[in-house]
Design a protein around this ligand. Structure first.
Ligand code: FES
Length: 75
């Protein structure tokens, strides 16, 4: 646990997953959603958590990280 907290401070929230991508964004297609698109935060910095409010952009710029939201899309 102690090692993980050191990695987060030194390299951002994502130390190794899909680092070649500008932002790690995943989509899930579902058939029943009230809204056509819902974005869930995966950077833990959203002011509207668990929903994404775009705060990951500032986090990525300041840390060099590449985190992005999980997108739920209505089919
Ligand atoms: Fe956290 Fe967008 S604000 S992923």
């Amino acid at each position: 646990k102690g090692r993980r907290s050191v990695l987060v401070r030194a390299e951002g929230i994502n130390p190794e997953i899909r680092k070649s991508e500008e932002e790690v964004v995943d989509s899930v297609i579902v058939t029943e959603l009230s809204k056509p698109l819902t974005a869930y935060c995966r950077c833990w910095r959203s002011g509207t958590f668990p929903l994404c409010d775009g705060s990951h952009v500032k986090h990525n710029k300041s840390t060099g990280d590449n985190v992005g939201p999980l997108l739920l899309k209505r089919q």
